[in-house]
Design a protein around this ligand. Sequence first.
Ligand code: DHB
Ligand code: FE
Length: 285
Amino acid sequence: MAEVVGGLGTSHVPAIGNAIAKGLQQDPYWKPFFDGFIEARAWLKRIKPDAVVMFYNDHGLNFFLDKMPTFAVGAAPQYNNADEGWGLPVLRPCRGDAEFSWHLIEGLVGDEFDVTTCQEMLVDHAFVVPLQLLWPEGDAPPVVPVAVNTVQHPLASPARCLKLGRSIGRAIASYKKDMRVLVIGTGGLSHQLDGARAGFINKEFDMECIDKITANPEGLINYTVDDIVRLSGTQGVELLNWIAMRGALLGRVSKAFCNYHIPISNTASALLVLDNEAAEARRAA
Ligand code: DHB
Ligand code: FE
């Protein structure tokens, strides 16, 4: 049977992709950020995932404002990257696992999440930058992309996103193949890219989010989307991807590692690595 072996939340700023392309990992501006991923990669070597489910938001590459699904799941054998206009190199396609995708989709629709299914799907910086950070050699396992709309209101509530994650967590646990699955949520934490509050960051709220994502995700579900915009910035609502990630961790969860660094570009960048203790215990047995 498949099992969720861990969860990981990370920011997804395009400038990180540019820093990788230019080899700036040791640059004083970038070093505290990139150093956080050394430990995350060591953790990945220990938990050895065979597959990834990634909650992220598309920023206009695959979906635009004219057609915006609230939740969309990739069901393709591979996912292509393309030029978003950030000046980043277009990366090689990422492997998918269509059979696993369809199993997750069956579970979601069975749980009354009427998702959009995508047998072709371009993936943007929110998807490829985290993969570059975690698998710099380009050897990431197959990934199922789950796109959550954080771009055009109305957005799904934190409560709904937690339930989405839980539905996927149950679907993973019912998959017949022996597979170790890592669940990732990308984006956040607090940031706002435009408008009167451009540059807005809220460290206190970010710390609350990191604590609650780790130990008490229900503690976030009474916030409305408007509350999160107010507390975290217009793009800080990417927190919804972290909430969905956490929902998929149905075991006893503990923090393996965390890094928080202000700012990367306009963003309070965060990395949170979570162990699922139920899986740990089974592995040790
Ligand atoms: C930035 C952050 C994002 O989440 C994003 O999608 C694009 C840009 C930034 O801080 O520059
Ligand atoms: Fe973003």
